[in-house]
Design a protein around this ligand. Sequence first.
Ligand code: FES
Length: 136
Amino acid sequence: MLGGVCASAACSSEGGDGAGQGTGGVAAGNVSAVPVGHLAFVSGASAILGRDAGGLYAMSAICTHQSCDMSERGAIASGVVSCACHGSKFSATGEVTNGPASSALRHFKVELAADGSITIQKGSAVDAATRAAVPG
Ligand code: FES
């Protein structure tokens, strides 16, 4: 069990993609378990990890409508991220495909270590086209 106790008010950040994660890196498993086509919530991180032909990418799991954490109140199925709060849907790369949300999900920098471990840098926003290349 990770961090059950919030030690400061910063743990419940508003507007929050942070939700206790601060700006540090979030471990997101090993690339060996993340095939092309992968799209899933990262447990406990309010984030989504994806992999397409270009490599790895990460997005916020916080709905851009009214900030529901879709990893707790939502789902991912068939490449669609759905918010259970008011029905917004996002594509596999975070574009809005169904309102009421009107803004795309934020993307975060992904780092891939030599041993294959993946770290999501939630403090580093990147363009939606940014990928962490996976060595062939
Ligand atoms: S908070 Fe997600 S649809 Fe409203």
